[in-house]
Design a protein around this ligand. Structure first.
Ligand SMILES: *Cc1c(COP(=O)(O)O)cnc(C)c1O
Length: 385
C-alpha cells in the first residue's frame, strides 16, 4: 500500500503495511520470531540480515503507524522512553532545545538528569504561550519539544504556532502525541517535523505491551534516526510489534468510545458537589478548549479532577473505585484511576507539582471503553465513600 493517502484512517489502520505475507499468503502479518535470515549467498539476501536492523513484523507496524500519522517513515522502539531518547539523537553536544515545562515525567528525567551531561542544553518554557517559545529560541536551537494535551492537567499547546516559530529559527518541532493519538491529532499536518509516541498507551490500547514509535516525513531525519537506533539498539521485539499492530487496528473505534465516555464522565463529575474542578479539554471552560477544538478531532479519554474535600477526599476516592483500577499508565480499554501527587508525578518536587497545577486533591482518570453508565455509578459510589 505504497500510496494510501486516499484511504480513510480506519481503513489504513487495518491495511497499511499489512499486505498478505508474500511467502505464505498469511492474511495476518506473522510474528517473525527470528534473529537471523539465511542468505542465498555471500552478499545476497532477501533484504534482511539481522533483526536489530530489520524485521518484517516490526516493519509492518512502522508502515502502519507512519500511514496513520500521515508521515513517510515510522520507527518502532522498545518503549516510549526509547523512542524519546531516539528522537533526542537529533540534538548533539552544543545544541540547544526549547522544551515545554509540562512534560511526561520520564521525559523530564531524561532532559534534566541524563542529556545535560552529554552537552545538550535545555530551556524550559510555558508552551501554552507560543511567544515564550519564540523568546527562548536562539541560533543553536535545534529542537522545540512539546506535548499536547499534557499530563495530567490536559493543557493544550498550539501545534501549528509552535511549528511556525521553530521553523523561523531553523529548528524542528517534536511533539509527544501519546495522549491525543493519531486518530485525534495529526501533528505532521499541523507543521510538526517529528512525532513520538508511547504506544504502550492508546495505540496498543490493551495494557499488555510496552512500546514506542517515531514518525517523520523527512528522509534525512529518518536516516539519522534509523542509524542511531541500530547503533544504540532500542528496537521493539517482534511479539511486541505484533501486539501493538493488532491494537492499532481498532484505534479509531476505541478512541471514539474513549472520547464519548470521557465526555459523559466529565459532565457527570462537573455536576457533583464533591468535585471542586473538572479538567477536560472538551468542557468550554477549559483554558485550551478553543485550540483543542481547532487541532483535535475530539477531546481524548483522560479526565482530571480536584476534589472539594482536599487530600484526604482525593486519596479516599482513588482507593474506593472498583471498576477504575488504581494504577499507573493510561490509554487501555479498562479504566484506571491515578493519584498524580504521589504516583505519576511523585518524583517532582512539591513546588514543581503546584506550578503544573497538580495539588494534593488532584485525581486523574483514564476513562476506558466500558459502559459509561457503569463507570459513572462507580465514581458516584467512590465519591460517597
Ligand atoms: C507513558 C508515556 C511515555 C513513556 O512511555 P513508556 O512506553 O512508558 O516508556 C512518554 N510520554 C507520554 C506522554 C506518556 O504517557
Amino acid at each position: 500500500m505504497a500510496d494510501d493517502r486516499d484511504l480513510d484512517f480506519e481503513t489504513r489502520a487495518i491495511h497499511a503495511g499489512q499486505e498478505p505475507d508474500p511467502s505464505t499468503g498469511a492474511t495476518i502479518t506473522p510474528v517473525f520470531q527470528t534473529v537471523t535470515y539465511t542468505q542465498d549467498g555471500i552478499g545476497r539476501n532477501k533484504g534482511y540480515e539481522y533483526s536489530r536492523g530489520g524485521n518484517p513484523t516490526k516493519e509492518a507496524l512502522e508502515a502502519c503507524l507512519a500511514s496513520l500519522e500521515g508521515g513517510r517513515h515510522g520507527l518502532s522502539y522498545g518503549s516510549g522512553m526509547a523512542a524519546i531518547a531516539g528522537a533526542m539523537q537529533l540534538a548533539r553536544a552544543g545544541d540547544h532545545v526549547v522544551v515545554a515545562d509540562d512534560l511526561y515525567g520520564g521525559s523530564y528525567r531524561l532532559f534534566t538528569q541524563v542529556l545535560p551531561d552529554y552537552g545538550v542544553e535545555f530551556s524550559w518554557v510555558d508552551a501554552t504561550r507560543p511567544e515564550e517559545v519564540a523568546k527562548a529560541c536562539r541560533a543553536e536551537t535545534k529542537l522545540v519539544w512539546i506535548e499536547s494535551p499534557t499530563n495530567p492537567m490536559l493543557r493544550i499547546v498550539d501545534v501549528a504556532a509552535c511549528a511556525e516559530i521553530a521553523h523561523a529559527h531553523d529548528a524542528r518541532l517534536v511533539i509527544d502525541n501519546t495522549f491525543a493519538t493519531p486518530y485525534l491529532q495529526q501533528p505532521l499536518a499541523l507543521g510538526a517535523d517529528v512525532v513520538v509516541h508511547s504506544t504502550t498507551k492508546y495505540v496498543s490500547g490493551h495494557s499488555d505491551v510496552i512500546g514506542g514509535a517515531v514518525v517523520v516525513d523527512d528522509p534525512a531525519v529518518y536516516e539519522t534516526l534509523f542509524f542511531t537506533r541500530n547503533a544504540t539498539g532500542g528496537i521493539a521485539g517482534p511479539w511486541d510489534a505484533w501486539l501493538t499492530l493488532r491494537g492499532a487496528k481498532t484505534l479509531a473505534l476505541r478512541m471514539e468510545r474513549h472520547c464519548r465516555n470521557a465526555g459523559q464522565v466529565a459532565a457527570f463529575l462537573a455536576r457533583r458537589s464533591e468535585v471542586a474542578r473538572v479538567w477536560y479539554p472538551g468542557l468550554p471552560d477549559h483554558p485550551g478548549h478553543d485550540v483543542a477544538a481547532r487541532q483535535m478531532k475530539d477531546f481524548g479519554g483522560i479526565v482530571t479532577v480536584d476534589l472539594a474535600g482536599g487530600a484526604a477526599a482525593a486519596r479516599r476516592f482513588a482507593e474506593a473505585t472498583r471498576l477504575f483500577s488504581l494504577g499507573e499508565s493510561l490509554g487501555g480499554v479498562e479504566s484506571l484511576v491515578g493519584y498524580p501527587w504521589t504516583m505519576s508525578h511523585g518524583a517532582f518536587p512539591p513546588e514543581e507539582k503546584r506550578r503544573k497545577g497538580i495539588g494534593e486533591a488532584t485525581v486523574r482518570l483514564s476513562v476506558g471503553i466500558e459502559s459509561a453508565d457503569d463507570l459513572c455509578d462507580d465514581l458516584a459510589r467512590a465519591l460517597e465513600a
